[in-house]
Write a protein that binds this ligand. Structure first.
Ligand SMILES: Cc1ncc(C[n+]2csc(CCOP(=O)(O)OP(=O)(O)O)c2C)c(N)n1
Length: 323
């Protein structure tokens, strides 16, 4: 189904922004201006933006370690992200989160280093929403490798048993860290595992923003209507290496070139131009505007105040929490 022009342009802009954020991060690392390592999600933009696009602000998102796409998709600004990445006092986690940031304003509870531990947390937030009768969906965005973690199974089981408003969004980018997924499990797809718990599932092309957005919208509507969890698997390819210090050497020759022919941003640009949503000139201007927005965010981030040693002792305990 074709998205309306305004929505497609909005999602296209977000995808451009995500890539510009990562390109800038890479440049800053290479020039030695920052040491903040990164897990880039180059080539996965239509998944991250399509998975978060249909969510409302109050919906809860558990994201991945390639998080920029989800943060932008869920509504964080480049400025907020860079303040946190640069460890600044005015960042959403006051500089204590950096890459593992969370943002209460858009209901991102934060990245857990031990991958897969948040499977059960997503069951917890979805259960809380249901018990409080809140019109709120939790979306757990997760890599296909992390789906091998043991917590995946009891989480799917309980989500189905309790008919929770929970969407499992699996990003199959072909790799689990520094090896191909076929070295980790014997099946081509992760999604059919959901059938073992009577959870409906779809498998979609992760390069096409309209398909990712549509599949997520369907799953979110299902969960929001009280029909229980849904799983969507998005097939994509990680064009970047696992992390910024990855020496590589394990990617099969020709794979990147093959997938580059279906770069999600190029595919979306083609639609935007063909449908007359933007002219070639307008497209160029949009890209410049997006890059300028990122440059400004970084500049303001560097200029922002850093936390002091005293700040280390603040926000250690929750207000009214157990001491
Ligand atoms: C419990 C745990 N084991 C191992 C790691 C190290 N690790 C970081 S990313 C990653 C790969 C995860 O693969 P996948 O879920 O497919 O996501 P991708 O990196 O492909 O985006 C691993 C193993 C970790 N963070 N936590």
């Amino acid at each position: 189904m074709a998205l309306d022009n305004q929505k497609l342009k909005e999602l296209y802009r977000k995808m451009l922004l995500v890539r510009a954020m990562e390109e800038k991060h890479g440049q800053l690392l290479q020039s030695g201006k920052i040491q903040l390592m990164a897990h880039f999600g180059t080539g996965q933009e239509a998944v991250a933006v399509g998975v978060t696009g249909p969510l409302r602000k109050e919906d809860i998102l558990f994201g991945t370690h390639r998080g920029v796409g989800e943060y932008i998709g869920k509504g964080m600004s480049p400025g907020e992200i860079w303040l946190e990445y640069l460890g600044k006092k005015t960042g959403p986690c006051k500089g204590k989160g950096t890459l593992h940031l969370c943002d209460k304003d858009v209901n991102i509870p934060g990245l857990v280093s031990s991958l897969g531990a948040d499977f059960s947390m997503s069951v917890g937030t979805a259960l809380a929403s249901k018990m409080k009768k809140q019109d709120q969906v939790t979306l757990y965005f997760v890599g296909e490798g992390t789906c091998n973690q043991a917590d995946a199974h009891p989480s799917m089981c309980m989500a189905a048993l309790w008919k929770l408003p929970l969407v499992f969004a699996v990003c199959t980018n072909q790799f689990c860290e520094m090896s191909y997924m076929c070295d980790h499990y014997p099946t081509e797809d992760v999604a059919p595992r959901a059938a073992g718990y009577d959870i409906p599932y779809d498998i979609v092309d992760g390069q096409d923003i309209e398909k990712t957005y549509e599949a997520t919208s369907k799953a979110v509507a299902h969960a929001r209507a009280g029909k229980g969890p849904y799983l969507v698997e998005y097939k994509t390819f990680r064009m970047a290496l696992h992390f910024s210090g990855d020496p590589g050497g394990y990617v099969k020759p020709g794979d990147v070139e093959t997938w580059k022919k279906r770069d999600p941003i190029d595919l979306c640009r083609k639609k935007v131009l063909e449908r007359g949503i933007l002219t070639a000139e307008g497209d160029k201007k949009l890209l410049e505007e997006v890059r300028a927005e990122v440059d400004q965010a970084v500049e303001e981030g560097f200029a922002a105040p850093s936390p002091t040693a005293k700040d280390l002792f603040e926000d250690v305990y929750a207000e009214g929490g157990v001491r």
